[in-house]
Design a protein around this ligand. Structure first.
Ligand SMILES: Nc1ncnc2c1ncn2[C@@H]1O[C@H](COP(=O)(O)OP(=O)(O)OP(=O)(O)O)[C@@H](O)[C@H]1O
Length: 252
């Protein structure tokens, strides 16, 4: 295996405050990696640096063998890094299909956008299939349930053929059934993509995570299997004040 992402000596300082404090992190191609840590640990900032939204103070990110230093967000997207946000970015008035088609058009050459196309592209058809949204293709995105909307966003990323997907709390606010379907979706997406997921739900981690990285105060506290991480006294300590059984499951 070779690394999809290598984070080397990364620090991010905001007005003297070290949000990221010397992180080294390697995620291999084809991994489904979970990122956890209490509020303010630096998870979102780390994702922001990988996607080019935030500039590192020191260190660098190497994506599929190429340094991302100095690249702007849209360049990084075009290299194959896709990301979902905690807040939804779908167009509610457009149908599921139109949302997917619009997302797919982002990576099509400009000339092809001016040509009238018949039917739907392979990428869109595949995204409908993978996300299980085929039956809802013609419904406006505004009527989707919370879970279906998250799957649509993942589908929108998939149409852009990313090598790496970064997902921020994909199961937050979902019903039990929706969580289960999301776990299956992530497992299937990870068959041919590298996926990094920020997630706190311990039950979800236990079922679907293999490798977990715990961040705390801008540093990597520990990396390992769900069981190793859950049983580590340092992890218990950073989630202090919470019951041991749910200690790693209640951050936001
Ligand atoms: N633009 C910014 N300016 C100043 N401080 C910031 C900025 N962005 C993040 N921070 C601070 O950096 C720290 C890390 O924030 P970050 O959002 O990365 O944490 P997190 O682990 O994602 O937390 P949460 O689980 O609450 O989303 C926090 O203390 C936050 O207040």
């Amino acid at each position: 295996m070779s690394p999809m992402i290598e984070v080397r000596g990364l620090s991010v300082v905001f007005d003297g405050f070290r949000a990221i404090d010397g992180i080294d992190l390697t995620v291999e191609k084809g991994e489904l990696r979970f990122l956890i840590g209490p509020n303010g640990a630096g998870k979102t900032t780390l994702i922001d640096v990988i996607t080019g939204l935030t500039r590192p103070t020191t260190g660098e990110v190497v994506f599929d063998g190429r340094s991302l230093a100095g690249l702007r967000e849209h360049r990084i997207v075009r290299l194959g890094v896709g990301r979902t946000f905690q807040t939804s970015v779908v167009f509610e008035e457009l149908s599921v299909l139109e949302n997917l088609d619009l997302a797919a058009s982002f990576r099509r050459p400009l000339w092809s956008l001016t040509r009238r196309r018949r039917g739907i592209s392979d990428a869109v058809a595949e995204a409908l299939e993978t996300t299980g949204l085929k039956e809802l293709a013609d419904r406006p995105a505004g009527v989707l349930s919370h879970g279906q909307r998250q799957w649509l966003e993942i589908g929108m990323l998939l149409t852009q053929s990313p090598k790496l997907l970064l997902l921020d709390e994909p199961v937050a606010g979902m019903s039990k059934d929706e969580r289960e379907r999301t776990g299956e979706l992530l497992t299937s997406v990870a068959n041919d993509h590298t996926v990094i997921v920020i997630e706190h739900d311990m039950e979800f981690l236990r079922r679907y995570a293999s490798q977990v990285t715990v961040l705390h105060e801008g540093k990597v506290l520990i990396e390992g299997s769900v069981d190793q991480v859950r049983d580590d006294p340092r992890v218990q300590e950073v989630y202090l004040g919470r019951k041991r059984s749910d200690a790693v499951g209640t951050g936001t």
